[in-house]
Design a protein around this ligand. Structure first.
Ligand code: KG4
Length: 338
């Protein structure tokens, strides 16, 4: 089964063709990051307008690079939630038009379910159940993945997503957007105990997280140093920040795996690219004798192959959408209401 998948939930326009869930025939991604960098973050209006400019060409390209004709496509999968509403609508409307024109089924896909599915592409042997830490620019959640389309959230952030926190900490340190990778680079060689940073716990919710206090602490340290005219140990602050984020994520995910009795831990989303978080997970899983799966870097960030993969499993479990399909800025991963 050949699925053309479309992803436009934030600032990447992406189209891919995926066969039978896990075989990626093409995977086209066009990032707008440079267009948003001067603003220090994604400008929704600019994102939507640029998705419109490139989406048709990108989808054609994906079909061509897959070595297929339009008539070889069996279904269209599209990210319909969560994300920037205007940006999502571009992908959803393109997908509706394509499904109508080709007379093939339309499958709505939850973006974070897609991030989790990136691991199915990278690791043919991986099957549910497992616990997954989904960490991206807009989402941070520990997910109990019982089956391909049966999952529930064990814990999530009460405020900023992990990626958002990286981007904001990077910004106050004068680093470009998106800030995750530049902050990681700055942290290389920095002392991760140079600064004591807050580690929030949420009473009664052991798997929930909060990153706003950490973000504010970094902002205050930078501003105080500026006001006093003191030189700041920027590498030490970046390293201490990464350690604080990792300490908030890794032990909670390991606790969740233990509580569920699973032997497999999966990490997904743009922040899964982070070296410190990857290393801490490797050490923790080795210590506890659990299997660890983290996608290669090119499958961590937003892409459409992951949407095609998850779209296949959604299709197999009966998911279909009609021409009335809408996009949704927010939607729970465990209660799809397309
Ligand atoms: O998954 P993604 O491409 O988009 C969303 O679905 O949100 O994630 C983007 C996020 C950004 O916040 C970016 O700064 C972060 O992933 N990121 C990283 C790294 N590479 C990307 N964060 C930490 N370390 C990295 N190496």
């Amino acid at each position: 089964m050949n699925i053309l998948a479309i992803e436009s939930s934030c600032d990447e326009t992406a189209a891919a063709v995926v066969r039978d869930g896990r075989q990626v025939l093409s995977n086209e991604v066009l990032s707008q990051a440079d267009m948003h960098a001067i603003y220090g973050g994604v400008v929704p209006e600019i994102a939507s307008r640029n998705h419109i400019k490139v989406i048709s060409r990108l989808a054609e390209e994906a079909v061509k690079k897959a070595g297929l004709a339009r008539s070889d496509l069996d279904a269209i999968a599209v990210t319909a939630a969560p994300g920037l509403i205007g940006a999502l609508l571009v992908g959803v409307n393109f997908a509706k038009g394509a499904a109508l024109a080709l007379g093939i089924p339309l499958i709505p896909v939850h973006h974070v379910r897609g991030h989790i599915a990136a691991n199915f592409i990278a690791f043919p042997e991986l099957e549910p159940p497992f616990v997954c830490l989904a960490i991206s620019g807009g989402n941070t959640a520990i997910v109990d993945v019982r089956d391909y389309t049966d999952m529930s959230i064990l814990g999530s952030t009460h405020d900023d997503a992990a990626g958002e926190c990286f981007d904001k900490a990077a910004r106050v340190l004068g680093l470009p957007y998106p800030g995750g990778l530049p902050l990681q680079n700055l942290a290389e060689g920095g002392d991760d105990s140079a600064f004591r940073l807050p580690h929030a716990k949420i009473d009664g919710h052991p798997f929930d997280m909060s990153f706003s206090g950490l973000k504010t602490a970094v902002v205050n340290i930078v501003h105080t140093a500026e006001q006093r005219g003191e030189e700041l140990d920027r590498a030490g602050l970046a390293a201490s920040f990464q350690r604080a984020v990792s300490d908030a994520l890794v032990p909670r995910t390991m606790d969740a795996a233990r509580e569920l009795g699973y032997d497999t831990v999966v990490v997904a989303g743009g922040v899964a690219a982070n070296k410190r978080i990857r290393a801490d997970f490797e050490a923790a899983c080795e210590r506890d004798g659990l299997r660890l799966f983290v996608p290669p870097l090119k499958l961590c960030g937003d892409n459409a192959a992951m949407i095609g993969c998850q779209g296949y499993y959604e299709y197999m479990s009966g998911a279909r959408a009609g021409q009335e399909l809408n996009a949704y800025a927010t939607m729970d991963i465990d209660r799809l209401t397309f």
